[in-house]
Design a protein around this ligand. Structure first.
Ligand SMILES: [Zn+2]
Ligand SMILES: [Zn+2]
Length: 324
């Protein structure tokens, strides 16, 4: 499924089977998760995507061809392909354990063709072995919703009361990690979204409400998955002194100005960006240990455009996954 230009529908196209270059794997795609970032790219909210482009960076499949020099995987191995597709390895960020901030990084389904396809190639150093116990479609959302969720959660995993704003694919994984770690989860959704609130309660949320509501007790930390800048002051107002508000999305509407009193008291606002391979290793070990299950809605590959529309409309419980 090809994006020829932003703000145009994805089109089904016949492309030549990609050949793996040196150090690369070719993967037969079994499932690919649909991420909000795909929507931001398709909607033209992120600058300069490769065009035409195959979206998709939560790719699960099996290795079917090896490029020169690959020894890490063998044909038939099940692998996951995440958003981080390549880094330079020599810049200050790469050399200090922050390859997620490499200014030359290339991202799957953005700078590199991704997984809304029958086959994809990936640099073998950035592919992950996947834990058994998850089917292909269940494993797909771990590769971004899970990974970015994990990176957003890691700095606030000690907080006692954790607020999650926007209860989609990432939050449904993080809620389970948080419950496993003994945190109390407060889930904020669009006002009146009874289905999302019931879903959050089924995953252990102690309280659910609309995003402008105040929780019954102040939060110690909050993670914003909804791409809505107005939620930053709302989350700060719900957070106790010393608390942290983490913005997890790659794109957000502008944050309105707000009174300094909301930040005063050593509250912190921060973002998280992309992922490191270490995040992937940690999350893919923790998820099965914590008993994380993913809930997915599947779409045939040719209906990837409809999956994006359903995500835009907020109609997906858990994660959407396309299946070639
Ligand atoms: Zn670098
Ligand atoms: Zn993503």
């Amino acid at each position: 499924m090809l994006l020829r230009a932003p703000r145009t529908p994805l089109v089904l196209a016949d492309l030549p089977l990609p050949a793996p270059g040196p150090g690369q794997l070719r993967v037969r795609v079994a499932a690919c998760g649909v991420c909000r970032t795909d929507l931001h790219v398709a909607d033209g909210e992120l600058p300069r995507p490769k065009l035409p482009l195959v979206l998709g960076h939560e790719v699960v499949g099996r290795v079917d061809a090896l490029g020169e020099g690959v020894t890490r995987f063998a044909p038939g191995d099940r692998v996951g392909i995440p958003w981080l597709g390549w880094t330079c390895g020599v810049c200050p960020a790469c050399r200090s354990g922050r390859e997620n901030l490499c200014p030359s990084a290339r991202f799957t389904g953005y700078d590199l063709d991704g997984g809304y396809a029958e086959a994809a190639v990936v640099d073998a150093r950035y592919a992950f072995p996947l834990p058994a116990g998850y089917s292909d479609v269940e494993a797909a959302p771990l590769l971004c919703a899970g990974l970015i969720g994990y990176r957003a959660w890691a700095p606030v995993r000690e907080a006692r009361r954790l607020g999650l704003y926007g209860f989609g694919a990432a939050a449904h994984v993080v809620a389970q990690l948080a419950r496993h770690a003994g945190q109390e989860v407060f889930a904020f959704t669009r006002a009146g979204d009874a289905a999302a609130q019931a879903f959050a309660r089924s995953l252990g949320a102690a309280w659910t409400g609309g995003s402008e509501e105040r929780p019954p007790a102040p939060l110690d930390a909050a993670i914003l998955f909804a791409p809505v800048g107005a939620l930053v002051p709302a989350a700060l107002a719900a957070t106790a002194p010393g608390g942290t508000v983490v913005c997890a999305g790659i794109h957000m509407s502008d944050i309105p100005s707000f009174a300094y009193a909301l930040l005063w008291g050593e509250r912190t606002v921060r973002s998280v960006a992309n992922l490191t391979r270490r995040d992937g290793e940690e999350l893919l070990a923790l998820a099965p240990a914590a008993g994380v299950r993913t809930e997915v809605t599947t779409y045939p590959l040719a209906n990837a455009g409809r999956a994006l529309d359903d995500l835009r409309g907020g109609h997906i419980r858990g994660a959407a996954v396309v299946v070639p």
